[in-house]
Design a protein around this ligand. Structure first.
Ligand SMILES: *Cc1c(COP(=O)(O)O)cnc(C)c1O
Length: 400
C-alpha cells in the first residue's frame, strides 16, 4: 500500500473541548485492588502465587475449558500453542486474514509461512470453503513444497463465534489441529459451549482494551491436560524437574505476574455483567441506527451468542447518499470520540505482503466499509447519546 493511502491518526486535543470517549477502556469491578493488596501482604510479588492459581481456576470454571495456564499475553499463548503443535521453519500455518496482527505474528516468530484465508459474511470469520481450498492448495504445491499445514488459527472476531462446526469438519477431514483465537471472545458461546474451547488449544487475551483486563495478559486453555502442562513448563524457561537449572529445550519467559492475576480475579467476578453491558450497547446502537439502510449490523447466526466486545457496523455509501465510513469516523473524531476501522486484513499488511492468500474480497470490503463504534462497558447513556447523535447527523445531512 502507498504511504499516502494510510489515513493519519487525528491530532489531539481537538478544537472542541468535549471529554474523550475511548473505543474500549478498562472497567474495574471493585475488588481488583484487594486481590492485589493480598499479593503484597503475602509477598507473592512474582510470576507465581495464589492469584495466578486462583485466576486459572476462575477461567476453568467460567469457560468449562478443562485446563488453563495464565500467561503474559494472548500473543504468548498463540506462540506456545504453535510451538506445541511442532510448527517449524518453512511449515505452513493457516490463519484467518481478517484479524489483528497478533493472530499471525507468532507464526512468523517460528519462521513458518502464514497462509491467509478470507472470511465469510455470516460471522466475518474464517470461511470454511476458502479454508478447504487453502489446505488443498498447500497439498498440491501451489506455494512451494507440497505439504499439509501444521495448524489452523481461526478467530472469533469482535466476540462473534466463528462457524466452528464446518471449520472443525474441514480441519478434521485433513487431520489439522485447530487453534481458536478467542482473544476477543471471552464470554461468547456457540450452542451453549464457551468460545475458546472448540479447538485443540484455545487462547484468551486480557489486554487493556479487551472485555476484561489484567492490564496485560493472556491464557492458554485446552481440554487436554498435556498441552496446558507443557505450556506451563515452556512459559517458565522450560526448566526441568531438578534442584539446579536443567534445560532440554528452548524456553520462554511468558508467565503472568501474581499482581496482574489479582486484577484478573477481580475482573472475573464482573465478566458476565460486562458481557451484558456490551450487548446492551450493541442493542442501543442497533435500535438507534438500524433503520438507516446504509448502516448494517452483524446479527448472531443460529446458535451463536456474542459478547459484543466491539459494536461494529458496515457503512454502505450506495445506500446512504454517498456517506461513507470515513465521514462517520472523522465526525466522531472531531468531537473527541474514538472509533476505528475494522481490522485491516493481514494479507494486505506490508509485513505479510509476500505471504500466500486464499479467498475473495470479503475481508478487504469489510476493512473498506466497516467501523467499530465506542463499546466500553463503562460508557454512560450520555456518552452513547452523544455518539448516536453525531452518527445520525452525518447520515441525515444531505450531500451538496
Ligand atoms: C488482542 C488480540 C490478540 C493478542 O492478545 P495480546 O494479549 O494483546 O497479546 C490476539 N488475537 C486477537 C484477535 C486479538 O484481538
Amino acid at each position: 500500500m502507498q504511504e499516502e493511502n494510510i489515513p493519519k491518526t487525528e491530532n489531539f486535543p481537538p478544537a472542541i473541548s468535549q471529554s474523550k470517549i475511548w473505543l474500549s477502556a478498562p472497567h474495574m469491578g471493585g475488588r481488583e485492588q484487594s486481590f492485589v493488596q493480598e499479593a503484597f501482604d503475602s509477598n507473592w510479588v512474582a510470576p507465581i502465587g495464589p492469584n495466578v492459581t486462583g485466576f486459572e481456576e476462575d477461567i476453568i470454571n467460567y469457560a468449562n475449558c478443562g485446563h488453563a495456564v495464565a500467561l503474559s499475553s494472548g500473543t504468548a499463548a498463540i506462540h506456545l500453542a504453535l510451538v506445541m503443535l511442532d510448527v517449524r521453519p518453512g511449515d505452513f500455518v493457516i490463519c484467518q486474514s481478517f484479524t489483528f496482527s497478533a493472530s499471525a505474528n507468532p507464526i512468523g516468530y517460528l519462521g513458518a509461512i502464514p497462509v491467509f484465508v478470507d472470511s465469510e459474511p455470516e460471522t466475518w470469520n474464517l470461511c470454511p470453503q476458502a479454508l478447504e481450498d487453502a489446505v488443498k492448495a498447500c497439498i498440491n504445491g501451489k506455494w512451494g513444497e507440497r505439504k499439509l499445514p501444521k495448524a489452523i488459527v481461526y478467530v472469533d472476531l469482535y466476540g462473534m463465534p466463528a462457524r466452528v462446526e464446518t471449520i472443525s469438519e474441514v480441519a478434521g477431514r485433513f487431520g489439522i489441529p485447530l487453534i481458536e483465537d478467542a482473544a476477543e471472545a471471552l464470554g461468547s458461546r456457540f450452542k451453549g459451549n464457551k468460545c475458546g474451547t472448540f479447538g485443540k488449544i484455545g487462547i484468551y487475551s486480557f489486554n487493556g482494551n479487551k472485555i476484561i483486563t489484567t492490564s496485560g495478559g493472556g491464557a492458554l486453555v485446552s481440554k487436554s491436560e498435556k498441552y496446558v502442562e507443557k505450556a506451563r513448563v515452556l512459559a517458565m524457561q522450560a526448566r526441568e524437574d531438578a534442584p539446579h537449572y536443567e534445560h532440554k529445550e528452548l524456553g520462554y519467559n511468558y508467565r503472568m505476574s501474581n499482581i496482574c492475576a489479582g486484577i484478573g480475579r477481580g475482573q472475573m467476578e464482573v465478566l458476565d455483567l460486562r458481557v451484558q453491558q456490551r450487548r446492551a450497547i450493541y442493542e442501543k446502537y442497533k435500535a438507534a441506527l438500524g433503520r438507516y439502510p446504509g448502516i448494517q449490523f452483524l446479527e448472531e447466526p443460529e446458535g451463536a451468542f456474542s459478547n459484543r466486545w466491539l459494536s461494529a457496523v458496515v457503512v454502505k455509501p450506495e445506500l446512504s447518499d454517498g456517506k461513507c465510513r470515513e465521514d462517520i469516523r472523522l465526525a466522531l473524531a472531531k468531537d473527541n470520540i474514538e472509533s476505528r476501522p475494522l481490522w485491516k486484513p493481514l494479507h494486505l499488511q506490508p509485513v505479510f505482503e509476500a505471504m500466500p492468500y486464499m479467498g475473495g474480497t470479503l475481508a478487504s470490503d469489510l476493512f473498506r466499509d466497516g467501523l467499530c463504534l465506542p463499546s466500553g462497558s463503562n460508557l454512560g447513556t450520555d456518552d452513547l447519546d452523544r455518539i448516536i447523535t453525531i452518527v445520525k447527523d452525518v447520515l441525515e445531512e444531505t450531500k451538496l
